[in-house]
Design a protein around this ligand. Structure first.
Ligand SMILES: Nc1ncnc2c1ncn2[C@@H]1O[C@H](COP(=O)(O)OP(=O)(O)OP(=O)(O)O)[C@@H](O)[C@H]1O
Ligand SMILES: [Mg+2]
Length: 392
């Protein structure tokens, strides 16, 4: 993956790219209309000729690196390509042209790639957005999108992003981690898995809680495999990530507003609609807004075994977060009835954490019960003994 990232090379690449684009134009070659082989051949030939003509002293290795970079530039997402095709990389974070980081096995590393300048970053963002018909400019400076392979992308540009256009990508993993893999890498114990399996089979309502990137979606996906095969599942996500190997799943996805600001379909709309679709269980990818009201009500009214994830750093915080989401969504009720609603809806909270060395693990599984004053009480069912170096 390591490539040349010095300024001299970047300037050469910019010139060579310009030249290749012109040559393609002259020859009337439209990217996307000719075979990839033909395009790659053309670009390589044009790049070699350019270097020979301009008498630039380059090692064979650099020439072949330049050709590869130009192919990525013309046919794909430029400097992001080698990172996207590296299976070890989970997240790609572009903070500006020469500040690109990747996450590998839970740890951030500075990547050996860079963009030429801000315009180059913008060009790649526009290429990601083009097939989706989404726009990004000063009047709408942040956007969520998806790559054709399902990877999640967020882009935010100046004036909101102070140091230049910034991109965050969570790569889509074709194969979500399985229970065996989570056991093998120490994310949970056999005892923990048994608790989770019984909870799912026993139709308990489960909230998976954790900080960013702690493995919430992965855990939700894993435990969903224990849903009996004869049940009907409805999944609701902002960006479809779950891959349930289950015979009876209906997948729903929210929709952002179009360029005129219309046509938005929220998670809450979808939960309401899902309830009319005779679900046995509802799975909401992540609760982050007013859909919490419908989800809790669904959990309370015959859709036992529903599940979701929530952003919180401890199981206690998860309760507070639910209360906050209810409050900001305009759910008006006494403190007591709110506690009662939460305690009767949510049976279990599974708290995930990330350790300082990048490992993800289940910190604890707690049952949500009520005391005689109807306050929520958390009863530990499983707790990791490996409590060292946990950060969030
Ligand atoms: N237990 C685990 N062990 C190792 N890697 C994991 C584990 N759980 C998840 N991962 C990896 O970590 C990354 C983030 O996982 P996931 O999307 O499940 O997290 P998340 O908490 O849902 O993130 P977000 O906050 O962005 O929604 C993925 O690349 C995933 O493969
Ligand atoms: Mg997630």
């Amino acid at each position: 993956m390591a490539g040349r990232i010095d300024d001299e090379y970047q300037a050469l690449k910019a010139r060579a790219h310009q030249m290749v684009v012109e040559r393609l134009d002259e020859e009337g070659i439209e990217v996307g209309r000719v075979s990839r082989e033909r395009l790659v051949e053309f670009i390589r030939a044009a790049a070699s000729k350019y270097i020979a003509q301009s008498r630039i002293p380059l090692s064979n290795r650099d020439v072949s690196q330049l050709s590869n970079d130009l192919v990525d530039e013309v046919t794909g997402y430029g400097p992001l390509e080698p990172l996207l095709s590296d299976p070890r990389v989970n997240d790609i974070l572009v903070n500006g042209p020469d500040s690109v980081y990747t996450e590998v096995s839970g740890v951030l590393h500075k990547a050996a790639v860079r963009f030429i300048d801000d315009d180059h970053v913008m060009r790649i963002i526009r290429r990601i957005l083009a097939p989706l018909g989404r726009r990004l400019d000063e009047s709408s400076p942040m956007v969520d999108a998806r790559l054709p392979d399902g990877s999640r992308v967020n882009a935010i540009i100046p004036p909101l992003a102070l140091d230049g256009p910034s991109i965050s990508i969570r790569k889509f993993s074709q194969d979500m981690l399985t229970a065996d893999q989570l056991l093998a890498n120490g994310s949970m114990t056999q005892e923990c898995l048994q608790v989770l399996k019984q909870a799912v089979e026993g139709r308990r309502n489960i909230i998976i809680s954790g900080g960013t990137g702690t493995g919430k979606t992965t855990m939700l996906n894993m435990i969903s495999h224990y849903i009996p095969r004869n049940e009907r599942i409805l999944t609701i996500e902002d960006s479809a990530e779950l891959s349930l190997r289950h015979p009876h799943v209906v997948r729903l996805e929210t929709r952002p507003p179009n360029t005129e600001g219309k046509g938005r379909v929220t998670s809450r709309d979808l939960v309401v609609n899902a309830l009319r679709m005779r679900p046995d269980r509802i799975i909401v990818g992540e609760v982050r807004s007013s859909e919490i009201i419908e989800l809790l009500q669904a959990m309370n009214t015959g859709h036992d075994g529903s599940m979701s994830t929530l952003h919180a750093n401890s199981s206690r915080d998860a309760l507070v977060r639910i209360e906050t989401l209810l409050a900001i969504s305009g759910y008006e009720a006494s403190e007591q009835s709110i506690s009662r609603l939460i305690a009767s809806a949510v049976d279990l909270i599974v708290q995930l954490v990330r350790t300082a060395d990048g490992r993800r693990m289940v910190r604890e599984v707690v049952a949500v019960e009520q005391d005689d004053q109807f306050r929520c009480v958390l009863k530990p069912i499983y707790r990791s003994e490996d409590d060292t170096r946990m950060v969030s």
